[in-house]
Design a protein around this ligand. Structure first.
Ligand code: BGC
Length: 531
C-alpha cells in the first residue's frame, strides 16, 4: 500500500492485521443471542394465541367465536385485546430502544444487555405464571423492554467488537439468531400444543431460557474498547483491543478509537443533523426501508401463521407444523443471503425477492378467493392446501434473502459517520412502529379484506420493488467512506448529495469502520469527514 507521512504512523494493514480470534467469535455469538430472544418473542405469540386453553382462559369471547365457527372464518380470531397482547411488546420495545441509547452510552453496551436480559427474565416469569390478562400484558411489556435494550445495544456491540473484514458476517449473525429464535419458538409451540391445559405456560415461560442465556452471557462479556474509552478507561481499552485483535500491535487503532470518541462527543444533536438537505437521500432510506420491510407482510405471517393456517382449515397440529416449515425456510434463506449478498449485490436480491413475493401473494390470494370465497368457511381441499403452504414458503424465502437482512444491512452501510447513530435509531424506531401498527390492525384487516389481504401486501411489494429499481443505489463492494459517490452519481439523488471528491491515484485510502469512525487518509493529511 502507499505509505508516507501521516499514513505510516497508522498504516491500515498494521491497523487491521488482527484477524478473527476465538475470543471475538465467542463474544459475538453470545451477544447475538439478543436476536434469539427477539425471534423467540416473534414466533411464540402466534402459536400461543391459537391454543384453545389459552384463549379459553384469557380471551373467552374469542374462544367461543372460534369454537362455534359461526359467522365468517376470516373474522373468528378478530379481537382487539388479543392483538394488544401481541403488540404491547412493540410499543414497550420502541420506548426502551430510545431510552437505552443513553444507558448504552453512559454505562456501556454490556449494562444495557444485562438490563435487557433481566427484563426478559421478569417478563417470561410473569407470562408463564399469568393468572389474568393484566399479568400477561405487563409480562409482555417487560419482554418488550428487554427487546428494546437488546436491539439497541447488541448491533453496536457486534460492530465494535468485530474485526472490520468480518463485520458484515458477524452482524448478519444477529438476523440469523432472530431466525433461530423464531424457529425454536415454533418447535416449542408444536410440542406444547399437545399438552392439555397448560402448554401455553410452557411456551411463554420458556422465554426464560434465552433470557438466562443472554443475561449470564452478557455478564461474562467484555465491554468494547470503544465503550471503555468513552468512559475514560484507556488502559483497559488498550488491553481489550490487544486481546480481541490477537495482537499487541494496536496503537494506531487505539488512537483512532480515541479520536473517533472525541469527535463523536462534539455532536450533541445528530437528529437535527440528519435533517440537513445533504442527507436527504439517507434520511429517506432510513424512513422507507424499515417501513417497506413491514409492508411486505412478513410479520403478519410470523405472528399469525398458525392462526392463518387454522383459518384456512388446517387442524391445530398442522398449523404449527406449517409454521415450523416456514421457520426452516426462513433460516435457510438467510444463510443463502449471507453467501450471495456480496456476490450478486443488494439490488439483485431486493428485486428478485420482491418479484418472488408478489407472485406468491397473488397465488395465495387467488387460491383463497376461488376456493373459500369471502366467507372463508369450509377449509381447503388437500391439494390446494399443500400448494398454499408451498406458496407461503416461497414467499418467506423471498423475504429471507431480500427485505429481511437487507433492511438492516443497507441502512447500516449508507449513513456517514456524523448521522449514523441518528439514522440507525430512526431505522429501528420506524421498524418497531410499523410492526406495531400492522400487528394491531392485522386481524381486523383479515376480517374485512378477507383473501384480499394478500393483494394489499402484494400491491405494496410492487411499490417497494419499483422504489428499489429507481431509487436504491447498489452499495455492494463500496467502501463506507466512498458511499457519498453512490448518491452523487445517482440519476435522482445527485441533486441533493454533495459532489463526491474523487480520490487521486496517489491517495492512500483506508476505509475502515471503528465505532462508526471512518479513516480516509490522504497522504500526509488526515481527512475527517466529520463536520
Ligand atoms: C424483521 C422482523 C421480522 C424478522 C423475521 C426482521 O428482519 O425486522 O420484523 O419479524 O425479520 O425473521
Amino acid at each position: 500500500m502507499a505509505g508516507g507521512g501521516f499514513v505510516s504512523n497508522s498504516a491500515p494493514l498494521r491497523h487491521y492485521e488482527g484477524g478473527m480470534t476465538v475470543f471475538v467469535l465467542v463474544s459475538c455469538i453470545v451477544a447475538a443471542t439478543g436476536g434469539l430472544i427477539f425471534g423467540y418473542d416473534i414466533g411464540i405469540s402466534g402459536g400461543v394465541t391459537s391454543m384453545a386453553p389459552f384463549l379459553k382462559k384469557f380471551f373467552p369471547s374469542v374462544f367461543r367465536k372460534a369454537a362455534t365457527a359461526k359467522g365468517n372464518d376470516y373474522c373468528k380470531f378478530d379481537s382487539q385485546i388479543l392483538t394488544a397482547f401481541t403488540s404491547s411488546l412493540y410499543i414497550a420495545g420502541l420506548v426502551s430502544a430510545l431510552s437505552a441509547s443513553s444507558v448504552t452510552r453512559a454505562f456501556g453496551r454490556k449494562v444495557s444487555m444485562v438490563t435487557g436480559g433481566l427484563s426478559f427474565l421478569i417478563g417470561s416469569a410473569l407470562n408463564g405464571a399469568a393468572v389474568n390478562v393484566a399479568m400477561l400484558i405487563i409480562g409482555r411489556i417487560m419482554l418488550g423492554f428487554g427487546v428494546g435494550f437488546a436491539n439497541q445495544a447488541v448491533p453496536i456491540y457486534l460492530s465494535e467488537m468485530a474485526p472490520p473484514k468480518w463485520r458484515g458476517g458477524l452482524n448478519t449473525g444477529f438476523q440469523l439468531f432472530i431466525g433461530i429464535g423464531v424457529l425454536t419458538a415454533n418447535l416449542i409451540n408444536y410440542g406444547t400444543a399437545k399438552i392439555d391445559g397448560w402448554g401455553w405456560r410452557l411456551s411463554l415461560g420458556l422465554a426464560a431460557v434465552p433470557a438466562v442465556i443472554m443475561t449470564l452471557g452478557s455478564l461474562t462479556l467484555p465491554d468494547t474498547p470503544n465503550s471503555l474509552i468513552e468512559r475514560g478507561q484507556l488502559d483497559k481499552a488498550k488491553a481489550m483491543l490487544q486481546r480481541i485483535r490477537g495482537t499487541p500491535n494496536v496503537e494506531a487503532e487505539l488512537e483512532d478509537l480515541v479520536e473517533a470518541s472525541a469527535t463523536s462527543k462534539m455532536v450533541d444533536q445528530p437528529f437535527r443533523n440528519i435533517l440537513k438537505r445533504q442527507y436527504r437521500p439517507q434520511f429517506v432510506m432510513a424512513l422507507l426501508i424499515p417501513f417497506f420491510q413491514q409492508l411486505t407482510g412478513i410479520n403478519v405471517i410470523a405472528f399469525y401463521a398458525p392462526v392463518l393456517f387454522k383459518t384456512i382449515g388446517f387442524k391445530s397440529d398442522a398449523a404449527l407444523m406449517s409454521a415450523v416449515i416456514l421457520g426452516v425456510v426462513n433460516l435457510v434463506s438467510i444463510v443463502i443471503s449471507i453467501f450471495f449478498v456480496d456476490k450478486y449485490g443488494r439490488r439483485f436480491l431486493f428485486l428478485q425477492g420482491g418479484i418472488q413475493m408478489v407472485i406468491c401473494q397473488i397465488i395465495i390470494s387467488a387460491i383463497l378467493g376461488v376456493k373459500l370465497g369471502t366467507s372463508g368457511n369450509g377449509g381447503l381441499p388437500k391439494g390446494y392446501a399443500d400448494f398454499m403452504v408451498v406458496a407461503i414458503c416461497l414467499y418467506a424465502a423471498g423475504f429471507g434473502w431480500s427485505w429481511g437482512p437487507l433492511s438492516w444491512l443497507v441502512p447500516s452501510e449508507i449513513f456517514p459517520l456524523e448521522i449514523r447513530s441518528a439514522g440507525q435509531s430512526i431505522n429501528v424506531a420506524v421498524n418497531l412502529i410499523t410492526t406495531f401498527i400492522f400487528s394491531q390492525v392485522f386481524l381486523s384487516m383479515l376480517c374485512h379484506f378477507k383473501y384480499g389481504i394478500f393483494l394489499f401486501y402484494a400491491g405494496w411489494v410492487v411499490i417497494m420493488t419499483l422504489f428499489v429499481y429507481f431509487f436504491v443505489p447498489e452499495t455492494k463492494n463500496v467502501g463506507m467512506e466512498e458511499m457519498t459517490r453512490v448518491w452523487a452519481e445517482h440519476w435522482f439523488w445527485r441533486r441533493w448529495a454533495p459532489p463526491h471528491q474523487p480520490k487521486t491515484a496517489d491517495i492512500n485510502i483506508d476505509v475502515e469502520m471503528v465505532n462508526g469512525k471512518h479513516h480516509d487518509q490522504k497522504q500526509g493529511t488526515p481527512q475527517q469527514t466529520f463536520q
